[in-house]
Design a protein around this ligand. Structure first.
Ligand code: HEM
Length: 528
């Protein structure tokens, strides 16, 4: 009896203590925390769970935009996190080497299951600098040029597989799906020297189909308060059982990368010819960092090959497909860009990198505008303030504060882009009404590839892949969306899709670090 009484008393004391703790924590976060003075919804100030929910739903970018519209250029989006929506902040946080910030714990979920951190997820600045120096020659102009014939071969086969018989319109196809397979085939060839043929053969598509589910899983896992406990389990049978297909998908990609790395590091390297091969993995396997003498281990290569496939294939597909979406929804732009390509190149064999491709300024402007509208990495990518603090937009922030600028909100900020929800490649072209100084100003708010030392290493490669793919495709085909009268086309916004998704002519993305998407469904006919 006595012990029961004591136990229930102890439970009451514990409950009272816990309630008092929660109340004081909430009071601290709302009134006394160093970020207390920054505006934002009360729920964000109290807990990080709204972010977890937004990441799970894929709507984070939409919330960032709405929160900035409502609360202004700085919003407290979690107890310890500020989101900025200004060009000065984007340059202060990401653009300068001297910024006193680094990538934080959040990144550690992404490719750790492969064994170690990649150039993308490495949070230590010195270790990252070594990896970046190691990788830079692989992404040089010469290295990309040496691989260009391979890219063109894959793009030509992609076009061939879409070609209808005769002069009529061909079968409908989902541009998102075909874009994924094209992106995967391109990166598979570059990174592994493999010919996946996932565009051509349905049975070869399993591996490509693993990328987005795996990415979506890791994205929302990364926001869980228990992410650090889940991370070590990512390769375990337990997580495969609980997480199901997305966990298996992630493991399949890792296993593929590991098998390729093993092949390159086996004793019969020379017999296989990998040492002289042009593919990225071979280059990375046989080179280290010249400055420090660092050499990659098998785990470094496993992780980096997975990273290159995910970081390279999916954003390409997203932008290729998104550009098709915006072109089929903007007939004038489609006409102009098609005329430019057909008048510049007499035949597809001329479509290669060089002065002619560079002279296609309208094509470039269409890509810039798609990159602006899509915002391929749409939400706030976080940086953590280091000891000593940092000053951003005039405010001093203490060490440990998480800061970032969400791309989708910045790219649709009317202070920088007039009529931000209109697709207008013309805004990127100089004219008497649009002087170069206005374009330069806009460019400061344009960061689809990130900025600075952690900006995208594959930027030039991505532009080349996108230009070659679109130019080859539009040279050969007329293209149109196939929508049944009165229905919403796949990929379009519309009523019932959720808050911020009402615009019919906006390509819908569900944020997953990159983005989940679908459609448009299109058909083509031969132009010649
Ligand atoms: C349209 C295509 C692409 C877009 C929009 C894009 C965008 C980005 C962005 C925004 C970042 C910075 C992310 C952050 O700060 O967390 C990034 C980093 C990175 N990207 Fe890309 N990317 C594209 C294509 C590629 C390609 C083709 C590759 C080739 C493998 C690639 C490899 C990487 C790597 C390795 C990093 C990490 C760089 C570092 O931290 O040193 N990306 N990319």
């Amino acid at each position: 009896m006595i012990s029961t009484f004591s136990l229930s008393q102890a439970l009451v004391y514990a409950a009272v203590a816990f309630t008092a703790y929660i109340i004081s924590l909430c009071a601290y976060r709302v009134f006394f925390h160093p970020l207390a003075k920054y505006p934002g919804p009360l729920s964000y100030k109290l807990t990080g769970w709204p972010l977890v929910w937004q990441a799970y739903k894929g709507d984070r970018h939409i919330w960032h935009l709405r929160d900035h519209e409502r609360y202004g250029p700085v919003v407290r989006i979690a107890p310890n996190t500020l989101s900025f929506n200004t060009t000065s902040a984007v340059h202060a946080i990401y653009g300068t080497r001297s910024a006193n910030v680094k990538k934080g714990e959040w990144y550690k979920t992404f490719d750790i299951a492969a064994g170690t951190y990649s150039s993308f997820t490495e949070t230590d600045r010195e270790k990252h600098a070594i990896k970046r120096r190691w990788m830079t020659p692989t992404f040089s102009t010469e290295s990309i040029k040496a691989n260009e014939p391979l890219l063109i071969d894959i793009i030509e086969r992609f076009c061939e597989s879409l070609k209808p018989n005769g002069a009529a319109w061909g079968e409908k196809w989902n541009a998102h799906q075909m874009g994924v397979y094209l992106g995967f085939d391109l990166m598979g060839a570059l990174v592994f020297g493999s010919d996946f043929k996932s565009v051509q053969e349905k049975r070869n598509r399993d591996l490509a189909d693993c990328v987005l589910p795996a990415q979506k899983l890791l994205y929302w896992l990364s926001y869980l308060p228990v992410a650090s406990l889940v991370r070590p389990l990512l390769r375990s049978q337990l997580l495969e059982m609980v997480g199901g297909k997305p966990v298996r998908d992630n493991n399949r990609l890792i296993d593929y990368g590991k098998a390729q790395v093993q092949a390159r590091r086996s004793n019969d390297v020379n017999e296989k010819g990998f040492a002289d091969a042009k593919d990225f993995l071979s280059k990375l396997a046989y080179n280290g960092d010249k400055k420090t003498g660092w050499q990659p281990t098998s785990l470094d290569l496993d992780t980096e090959s997975l990273n290159m496939i995910i970081a390279g294939a999916d954003p390409f597909s997203q932008v290729f497909t998104g550009t098709l979406f915006y072109l089929v929804h903007n007939a004038d732009c489609l006409k102009k860009v098609t005329e430019e390509i057909r008048s510049t190149f007499a035949s597809p064999s001329e479509i290669v990198s060089g002065p002619k491709l560079t002279s296609c300024t309208y094509l470039h402007a269409c890509l810039e505008e798609s990159l602006r509208r899509l915002a391929p990495v749409p939400s706030h990518v976080p940086r953590v303030v280091l000891p000593g603090g940092a000053t951003i937009d005039g405010a001093f922030l203490p060490p440990g504060t998480v800061v970032g600028v969400p791309q989708y909100a910045l790219h649709h900020n009317p202070s920088y882009f007039a009529s931000p929800f209109i697709f207008s490649p013309e805004r990127w072209l100089a004219s008497p009404e649009n002087p170069p100084s206005a374009i330069d100003e806009m460019r400061r708010a344009f960061e689809p590839f990130g900025l600075g030392v952690r900006g995208c290493i594959g930027k030039n490669l991505a532009y080349l892949q996108l230009k070659l793919s679109l130019a080859h495709f539009l040279w050969r085909f007329e293209v149109r969306e196939t929508v049944v009268e009165g229905e919403r086309g796949l990929g379009c916004g519309g009523a019932g899709l959720g808050v911020g998704r009402e615009r019919r002519d906006e390509y819908q993305l569900w944020d997953a670090l990159g983005a989940v998407r679908d459609g448009p469904v299109v058909e083509v006919r031969s132009a010649w």
